[in-house]
Design a protein around this ligand. Structure first.
Ligand code: HEM
Length: 153
């Protein structure tokens, strides 16, 4: 087994947990949780996102470190254009996640602790928008990672 294969395994493990978790939260949990009253809905989201964001940090570390290891091992100059494009779109996805972590996420926790349901709903709305943006960026990144290489070969 080459280093590349091990890195690809870790890379895809991180991608599946991160992107799959976002898709589940956005397309399944969000519409179902809409039926709850604001206090229960916000408490549910805080409990869910607390666990999920911890998993995202691990996934981000795996995706970025394995991706960069494969790039460096091949050499930036020799790497296909699709890999460079993946570095850009993957970095954008990480930046969006970090913006949630330092922005609407602490605002949601504070609103829930202070029982300010209006502020909590607003913070949750901002998280939802950024997760939707990251799902779009993930689709582009996946297309770049797979179709992009096909076009170059
Ligand atoms: C820091 C950002 C990233 C870097 C530097 C990076 C780099 C790489 C590299 C060098 C490969 C190996 C390609 C090959 O063996 O042909 C790879 C594979 C892959 N990456 Fe990324 N990546 C990043 C982020 C992402 C993200 C965020 C996603 C998904 C949303 C993603 C999805 C994939 C997929 C599906 C493959 C497998 C492609 C294949 O084997 O054909 N990557 N990545």
């Amino acid at each position: 087994m080459r280093l590349h294969h091990l890195m690809l395994f870790l890379h895809l493990l991180g991608v599946i947990v991160w992107v799959g978790g976002m898709a589940f939260a956005w397309a399944c949990l969000r519409p179902a949780a809409g039926a709850l009253a604001p206090p229960e809905r916000l408490a549910l989201w805080v409990a869910v996102l607390k666990r999920f964001f911890a998993m995202v940090w691990v996934s981000v570390a795996l995706v970025a470190s394995s991706g960069l290891t494969m790039l460096v091992a091949t050499g930036f100059a020799r790497a296909p254009l699709a890999w460079h494009a993946m570095l850009v779109s993957g970095s954008l996805m990480i930046a969006v996640f970090v913006s949630i972590w330092f922005g609407p996420w602490p605002a949601l926790c504070a609103a829930q602790a202070g029982q300010d349901w209006a502020k909590g709903a607003a913070a949750l709305g901002r998280i939802r928008q950024r997760v939707a943006l990251n799902l779009l960026l993930a689709s582009i990144t996946l297309a770049v990672a797979t179709l992009g290489l096909a076009f170059q070969s």
